[in-house]
Ligand binder design. Sequence first.
Ligand SMILES: [Zn+2]
Length: 467
Amino acid sequence: MRQRISEETIEFAKSVNVFDIAQAIGLPLEKTGKSYFTNCIVHSEKTPSFSIEPGKNRYHCFGQCHDTGGKGAISFIMYYEWKKYDETLFLQAVEKVCYYMGHPVVYTDGSRIESDRPVKPPSQFRERVDSPLAEPQMITAVYRSLIDKLSLKKEHINHLRFERRMTIDVIGLRQYRSYPERPYVIAGEINQEFTTLEGVPGFYESVRQDGSGTYWNMSGINGILIPVRNEYGIVQGFQLRVESPKLHPIIEAVNDHPLHAEISDTQILTVHYKKKLIYSGKVQDSSKIPITIAGQLVGNVRVKKRNKYIWLSSTEKRKGSKVVPTYHVAYPPNGMPDGSTIDCSVVDITEGPLKGDIMSEYTGRPAVCFPGLSQWYLAVEGAMKLKPKKVILSIDGDAIRTIHNKDTDEEKEEAGEVVRSLIREFAAEGVSIDLALWDITRSSKGIDDLYISGMKPKLFSIIDFSK
Ligand SMILES: [Zn+2]
């Protein structure tokens, strides 16, 4: 029986621009204005009359063909390979597009076929398939429905109870949920309440394998969904705490050598060159492995651990949207959901919504959390909504870590800079600032672990406007 091709692979093939596939095949392309001309891929000719317009992702034969023309790489490859447009060739066309782009074809049972072509990096013409964000009220309503429909698995309850020391009551109040095993069932149920889920981060439209239509789906993996709330307690999004973040390889090939790397669940890295195994070995997070053939360097494989916390998002998926990162306001359980009865004169500032939830239970104060170090400024925006007189900066010891910036390829220590920036911004708002410090060698390194183990940080006054 033919294996089913995964959604991701189909979405990839759909996102490929005609110009990119023509380049990957190796067709000679002559630029004329906004278009490129080449010999027709269907009829034979001596003067190029076949046009490709990258900006519109379209192609057309102005020569002898009457109806050769269309949009996107999938139909293009049908004409190129089979000299006709035929829907029944859809899946074979998807495989061909992946092959030429040097992209693996992944099947729903996890098996994959690697392409032995060099990986073609996406060009500026890559199709962006994100939809604009839905109205905030719509997103709120969909997320409310999602929380209603999901439950919390036993293993996740156990994690929150025994490792995070939360009571069943608090777990219930915070509305943590498990990412569903059959996300399309949940998405389908929610879609019955709304006309569309377009533009709601986390949801996207899947196309049926046989091309007979579409259905709504969710984008995520097994883990705990942590509601991210604003100052009114309204859910703005979800962070997903991933069970076991996988290691993944980043290939840095020398001279476009066609390298393919994979890391198994047992952390074994295998590297293939033209379908031949050239490297196999156990790897760890942040190792960098030089790959050689007959003593000659053909590239490096850098090993990265994926983040433990990711946003529920459906960027680059059909009718999906990218999440807009936001702050999280954690009120102590007795002040939930909207915090209207809570004294907000002193507010804790920390990284990560789950950490904030735990802290506020012990401190009795609201905690405002930024999602990641690079988005520290969101904490200022969130905290000022509560009009505090003082903030306590509780930035974890493990936050002082090396940050690798993908864009500039720079490694730098960011936490110290974040603390300085927070001090500067809060001081400018006229808010007093305490810095929380604790011994990370004696207790666990996280501020939440510190509170859980019955200790408190030492507070140092940085700026005091009350005098
Ligand atoms: Zn033609």
